[in-house]
Write a protein that binds this ligand. Sequence first.
Ligand SMILES: [Zn+2]
Length: 273
Amino acid sequence: MKVILDSHTHIDNKGSLGIGIDHESPLEFLDFKSLIEEKQLGVLANAACASEYEELSQIKGIFISFGIHPWNADEFCEENNQKGGSREQTIEQYIHTKVQELKDYYRKAHAIGEIGMDSVWCACDLTLQKLLFREQLSMAVELQKPIVLHTKGQEKEIADILKDYSLKKLVHWYSCEEHLKSFIDQDCYFTVGPDHGFNPAVKKLIHAVPLNRLLVETDGISAVEWATGRKVNASEIPTILKETIQAIAAVKGVSPETAEIRLEENFYRYLSV
Ligand SMILES: [Zn+2]
């Protein structure tokens, strides 16, 4: 049996170290560990902090992306803000130093992300988000790592910023009906998520993006539960990913088996340097 690949996910591990934000199952981490180590599932899982990276790296055969999420921009800069901004260094210098302190994690990870900007689902200061995003893009250039992008509400701004950086780019769960072409023109990879059946922007994306730039993702169990409106177990994830691949295959006029092979090639091509 072929491994089904999830090109962007979050694995909750509340059960051991209290990591994870919005899911209740302490067994989730162990369930995913079994699925991945038994080669039923391959994942590029996201680590948003050093301790989450350490936890995920216990899973044999896992691929990890590491980056400071735009939702955490205020928290990341909290120390500096508490001091009312240091007189000795600018906020740019502060962010640069803090990102450099995490360099080992960026280096060990297979990709840098998810990084980006968001003006819809979080209230973090956009100036801080942008500085943090650019700093992590520079790190990706320095280390020659592919990136995973979060673009909600900031699609145009991000498409413009990306023109300054020569990198392999994966746009995660793009759900904007505009600006898609700017990303396609920059040779981005795109993940299709579990809302492919009802989200018009995602349907449009499957049609517009060439098959050699498409991937599938879940964005974690809580995102799948949001999209399907029901409780979901880790063991169902390979089937849910296969359904997304089938939807892509139908639009692209190829068999599901062919689509699965193409998407697997895309996954490894995206991660290779
Ligand atoms: Zn995500």
